[in-house]
Design a protein around this ligand. Structure first.
Ligand code: SF4
Length: 656
């Protein structure tokens, strides 16, 4: 292990590597928390690589986002440089949407699902093989120029490029990066990929095929693991919106409005009925029953549970069909959808069919296991796009792979409570769980909370002085200290509420505001500008962002790039029907609904936001939690102290 570790050891790193080695040797799962910036990635890579080299295993390193891959590749390069072992060779892989050069030229294709892109690519490859000027030219170069392929592979083996560098290099050579990557993956010792490659079974089968290894020869690493349960719930949930049904109507119209189930109903009539059913479900369950012919709309509520078979029963009764006919309709939708996909594919377009998606959704909806799902109707898009959703409560339905691999290692800067993580994913009880304290000097970080404000809804409604007081704290901090300061709101809604009230104009420093729908490049530009204000260039700036977002959960702000973090309120999840369903499920299964679905997730969001402050042993920073409920999180934030005079307490810390 020591031969591969490229830096001088920090506190805890030796213990973490030893624990990983023990887990690998004993084939036990290992889940651990170690603060942000404590060097988890390098520990996992050094320990797992040592074991993999000795025992002929491969490492699949999964990340939630493409951006997180970069750090892993950089650490791998550092290890290779130190070890000078040719066998240490890794590759970063992304989805076809990013790696397909044809898709990068066409936003419509780039937005295709992995299945659509796979079909699109197969057709392009077939054409490229059959005709000289047809199909994908990047694939033709790949097939026709073995020397170029080998040169790129040798370069990748030597330099271990990030996925972006690799794509750029292939683009310059006008050759398909996705196809070359498949070859490289076969020989690589470490493959760095997004979660979807492992947790979507169809994609996983392909990956293991390229790797040419069996599951028990894989060491699986799950980075930023606190995201995995929610990621899996989303992956295994499905929804049907009015927008989707309108797209089905357009598609049906374009393709002659075929009839379904031996002429019982046309596609258009079926979709229109379904639109009425979804709207009526929304009216009944979200808006509420009619009272004396008047519907009282509750604007605070935007989702509701629906009885498990209500949608099907309504459809059967309105269309006067049997459940057998409904199953025939589903089969016909799938069959028509496939024909439409083929037609579009031959036309060189993305093989997307909304009728096919509708068939898939209905087939899933009428057969799902109701002990793991709830069915909801949502009033999304401000009433313009209602939808029904089969929401997956149990992320463990997608975690069989964790038991099939040699060993899985799960890590995050905020994974407590660890038993919740283990239970949610149905990891074995003997899974090793560990929390490592921050390796950085405790005196470099101060965390205060105040008792005179809260974002608790009932209190905000009753006491109109709370919000102005909250803002006095925010503007006081931003306007007093010439330091880079980040203010984290509990949601974009709260952020825009402050903005609408005209408060932002009171900030007398350079102010940056994250917008909900900013593209990644716009966000990076904003963050880079903000950072430069702290790099000794002037008076520092303020950045307003949200907890649980792209900034608070994934970006580094070392040294003066961030010195004050302000947390507005406690980011408890909204008490929606979906959230209550999840809490009930965890109550029934583990007797810990509140702890596992409300308290734990809120604690992680706060800790992730605070974690931006300290990235190395020389960083100093102060965090402030503006909510009297903060002491509820003492078990996670032990060094938190009450402040009765925030500005003076922050000032004293800054002067130290
Ligand atoms: Fe895209 Fe490569 Fe497939 Fe061509 S061969 S369509 S560039 S993934």
């Amino acid at each position: 292990m020591a031969e591969l570790f490229p830096y001088s050891l920090r506190k805890n790193q030796k213990e973490i590597m030893q624990e990983i080695t023990d887990a690998l040797t004993q084939r036990k799962q290992f889940a651990f928390e170690s603060g942000t910036g404590s060097g988890k990635t390098i520990c996992v890579l050094a320990a797992a690589l040592t074991f993999a080299l000795e025992n002929n295993k491969k490492i699949i390193y999964t990340t939630r986002t493409n951006a997180q891959q970069q750090q892993v590749i950089l650490e791998l390069r550092a290890i290779k440089k130190k070890a000078k072992d040719k066998r240490i060779y890794g590759v970063g892989m992304q989805g076809r949407g990013n790696m397909c050069l044809l898709a990068r030229e066409d936003p419509e294709i780039q937005n295709g699902s992995s299945e659509e892109l796979s079909k699109f690519c197969s057709h392009q490859k077939k054409l490229a093989v059959s005709g000289k000027s047809k199909g994908c030219s990047y694939y033709r170069s790949y097939l026709g120029d073995k020397d170029r392929v080998e040169t790129i592979m040798a370069w990748a083996q030597k330099h271990i490029p990030t996925a972006e560098e690799f794509i750029d290099a292939c683009e310059k050579q006008k050759i398909c990066p996705y196809e070359i990557n498949k070859l490289i993956v076969h020989d690589a010792l470490v493959v760095v990929i997004p979660y979807v490659y492992v947790f979507d079974k169809a994609i996983r089968i392909k990956l293991f095929d390229w790797l040419s290894i069996s599951e028990e020869d894989v060491i699986l690493v799950v980075d930023e693991a606190h995201n995995l349960p929610d990621y899996l719930r989303e992956l295994f949930s499905a929804e049907l919106s009015i927008w989707m049904l309108n797209s089905c109507l357009l598609e049906a119209d374009h393709f002659g409005n075929p009839s379904l189930a031996d002429g019982r109903v046309t596609v258009a009539a079926f979709c229109k009925e379904l639109i009425d059913v979804v709207n009526d479900l929304r009216d009944t369950y979200v808006y509420g029953m009619l009272e004396g012919g008047i519907r009282r709309i509750n604007h605070e509520k935007n989702d509701a549970l629906i009885p498990s078979h209500e949608l099907e029963i309504e459809l059967l009764s309105r269309l006067k069909i049997t459940s057998k006919t409904l199953k025939d309709i589903v089969s016909d939708l799938l069959a028509y959808g496939e024909k439409i996909q083929e037609y579009k594919q031959k036309d060189g377009k993305l093989p997307r069919s909304y009728l096919h998606k509708l068939g898939l959704f209905l087939g899933f909806w009428i057969t799902i296991e109701l002990d793991q799902y709830i069915k909801l109707v949502l009033d999304a898009g401000e009433g313009k796009n209602p939808r029904v959703e089969a929401y997956c409560l149990d992320p463990s339905i997608g975690t069989d792979i964790l038991k099939q691999v040699h060993c899985s290692i799960h890590m995050s800067g905020t994974l407590e409570p660890l038993d919740e993580y283990r239970d949610s994913l149905n990891l074995p009880l003997e899974t090793r769980l560990a929390v490592y304290q921050s390796p950085f000097p405790p005196e470099n970080r101060k965390i205060f909370f105040v008792r005179d404000v809260t974002t608790r809804y009932d209190e905000l409604m009753k006491d109109k002085t709370i919000m102005p007081q909250m803002w006095r704290h925010v503007s006081g901090i931003c306007n007093t200290f010439k330091k880079n300061t980040m203010v984290f709101f509990p949601s974009f809604n709260t952020l825009s509420m402050f903005r609408k009230n005209g408060h932002f104009a009171e900030i007398q420093r350079c102010l940056y505001v994250e917008e909900q729908h900013m593209s990644q490049s716009e966000l990076m530009e904003l963050v880079t500008d903000f950072k430069s204000c702290g790099d000794g260039n002037g008076d520092g700036a303020a950045l307003f962002s949200v907890m649980g977002g792209r900034i608070s959960e994934g970006m580094d702000f070392p040294a003066e790039q961030l010195e004050i973090a302000v947390i507005i309120g406690i980011p408890y999840p909204k008490p929606t029907a979906r959230q209550r369903g999840l809490q009930n499920y965890y109550d029934q299964k583990f007797g810990k609904g509140w702890e596992y679905t409300v308290q734990g997730p809120a604690a992680r969001k706060i800790l992730q936001a605070i974690g931006r402050l300290i990235r190395n042993e020389n960083d100093r920073g102060v965090a402030v939690i503006l909510d009297k409920r903060a002491p509820r999180f003492h078990q996670y934030i032990k060094d938190m102290r009450e402040s009765r005079d925030l500005l003076s307490d922050i000032s004293s810390f800054m002067k130290q």
